[in-house]
Design a protein around this ligand. Structure first.
Ligand SMILES: NC(=O)c1ccc[n+]([C@@H]2O[C@H](COP(=O)([O-])OP(=O)(O)OC[C@H]3O[C@@H](n4cnc5c(N)ncnc54)[C@H](OP(=O)(O)O)[C@@H]3O)[C@@H](O)[C@H]2O)c1
Length: 318
């Protein structure tokens, strides 16, 4: 597994990230069963065996149960804390909205640390922008969490470049990532690089400028749901919109020609972008986790990248 020094930090991370959102398999608030813990840890073990050392969590995943499953890793699998990079998120407050008030951030971090059975998070992300966020108050609570050794560095998720720049203006340290939805099934962050050419441009404005901001500041973005829950890998259906039919066909044909699998090719497409995007793998199946890693060694030419991009957009470039 390739590793890299995460810019603006002293962290060494695996290039691929394993996302723990699905390791419980349900969002039920029932206590965990022994079978659920075993099944969840099997997925995590498969990621570790594939060389992934960077894990993504959020306080809300599985209503906290995903972090709880992960917390059993240390004793049951004999893994040492300092061999892994743990990232979690806070700020989505079910029943209320988004909440970046200092007390809630503090409370959320304490909850994550307890469930994960660790003393510190390597990275804390603000999950979705709280429109009422007070950046000076966030700066204070970040400084406090860092000084107390609870969080080593901070980043954001689903932020517009403007919101990220605004928060950054109050912080001494660079926000180390913006975790966004991106992949062949959700091309907005690169579609927005084209100044014109779509008839329904209004629909395609989300994602605008995020990759450019990250490249400008040498920040590694992270891509979640990179294969859109497997949706772009299903067989072509006559109910699919024409662009999706074209994308599925192009992915399958190019994968065959390159002697690889469509899911591997879809990840290679994300990795090919020069922003240095780190895809977050969401499958819970060990064999799919193992094959995802092949994407790191799958060369994709300039021409092939555009071929898939044009298939995904469902029309020629402007
Ligand atoms: N910041 C945010 O707002 C946000 C939002 C969503 C997710 N995330 C993070 O991103 C991670 C990944 O997201 P995701 O789970 O939506 O990603 P994904 O990789 O696009 O989707 C994974 C899902 O697709 C299914 N799937 C079907 N066919 C597949 C195939 N051939 N290969 C791989 N998977 C296939 C998987 O089922 P099986 O398990 O049966 O393989 C799994 O349910 C999450 O775990 C979480 O850490 C962040």
């Amino acid at each position: 597994m390739k590793t890299l020094n995460l810019p603006h930090t002293d962290l060494t991370v695996s290039e691929l990230i394993y996302g723990c959102m699905r390791i419980r398999g349900s969002w039920s608030d029932a206590p965990l069963t022994e079978e659920e813990i075993t099944a969840g840890l099997r997925s995590v073990r498969a990621a570790l065996d594939a060389g992934i050392t960077f894990f993504d969590h959020a306080d809300i995943y599985g209503r906290g149960r995903c972090e709880e499953i992960f917390g059993h890793l240390w004793k049951r699998e004999g893994v040492s804390r300092d061999s892994l990079i743990l990232q979690s998120k806070c700020g989505i407050r079910p029943g209320i909205g988004y909440d970046f008030r200092p007390d809630y951030i503090r409370q959320s971090v304490e909850g994550s640390l307890k469930r994960l059975q660790t003393d510190y998070l390597d990275i804390l992300l603000l999950h979705r922008p709280d429109i009422l966020m007070e950046p000076d108050a966030i700066a204070e609570v970040f400084a406090e969490l860092k000084a107390r050794g609870k969080v080593r560095c901070f980043g954001v998720s689903n932020f517009t470049p403007a919101a990220q720049r605004m928060l950054q203006s109050r912080l001494p340290d660079t926000l180390v990532t913006n975790q966004i939805r991106f992949g062949l099934g959700f091309i907005n962050p690169v579609e927005s690089w084209l100044v014109s050419g779509r008839s329904n441009e209004g629909h395609f404005t989300r994602g605008e400028g995020i990759l450019e901001y990250c490249m400008e500041h040498r920040i590694r973005p992270q891509a979640y749901s990179p294969i859109v829950y497997g949706g772009i890998l299903e067989p072509v259906s006559e109910d699919d919109p024409p662009a999706l039919q074209g994308l599925k066909t192009a992915l399958r044909e190019m994968a065959e020609a390159k002697n690889t699998a469509p899911d591997v090719l879809a990840l290679a497409w994300v990795l090919r972008h020069p922003a240095g995007i780190q895809p977050i793998i969401g499958t819970t199946r060990p064999e799919r986790i193992r094959s995802a890693v092949q994407a790191l060694d799958l060369p994709l030419s300039h021409e092939e990248w555009y071929q898939l991009f044009i298939a995904a957009r469902g029309q020629a470039l402007p």
